[in-house]
Ligand binder design. Structure first.
Ligand code: ZN
Length: 165
């Protein structure tokens, strides 16, 4: 595994639409493993392939809603689509490609995604709260959309520091 360079918001690749993954091969597996290492190194909760310069529909989302004493784990989503969404949440959101900036973004409270795993096998997964937010945020990356374009407003430094907004 190797760390990949995370592109930041001035890079035009982040605004492009990603293409479907068609080959579930070793190259995809290396990409996913590298993305996982990069995500954990950056202490993030999600990462999309275009953020490491690969315009393919593959994302990682950290499932943090786990029973006490268990570790969060990474969900790999290849060619993901949202098949249902319910409720609403509005909260602070950030992105490894937009370092040190946070904004208030409205998202569904609960989201179900249909995707393929790294071997091409279809599955469905439901996430709530932060995980639902993360599904939406990472899938937006595949459309070339950054959260800064959706934020109702960006948080000030004081708000970020105090956690009050
Ligand atoms: Zn992001």
């Amino acid at each position: 595994m190797a760390l990949r360079n995370v592109l930041t918001e001035e890079n035009s690749a982040l605004y492009k639409k990603s293409r479907a993954v068609v080959k579930f091969d070793e190259r995809l597996h290396v990409l996913l493993d590298d993305m996982a290492e990069t995500l954990m190194h950056a202490n993030g909760v999600g990462l999309a392939a275009p953020q490491v310069g690969v315009l393919r529909r593959a994302v990682l989302v950290m499932e943090t809603n786990v029973p006490e004493g268990e570790d969060p784990y990474i969900i790999e989503l290849i060619n993901p689509e949202i098949i249902s969404a319910e409720g609403e949440q509005c909260g602070s959101e950030g992105c490894l490609s937009v370092p040190d900036q946070y904004g208030l973004v409205r998202r569904p409270r609960k989201v179900t995604v249909r995707a393929q795993d790294r071997f091409g096998k279809p599955f469905e997964v439901t996430g709530e709260g932060l995980t639902a937010r993360c599904f939406c945020h990472e899938l937006d990356h595949l459309e070339g959309i950054l959260f800064t374009a959706l934020a109702e407003r960006m948080l000030t430094e004081e708000e970020i520091e105090s956690g009050e907004y």
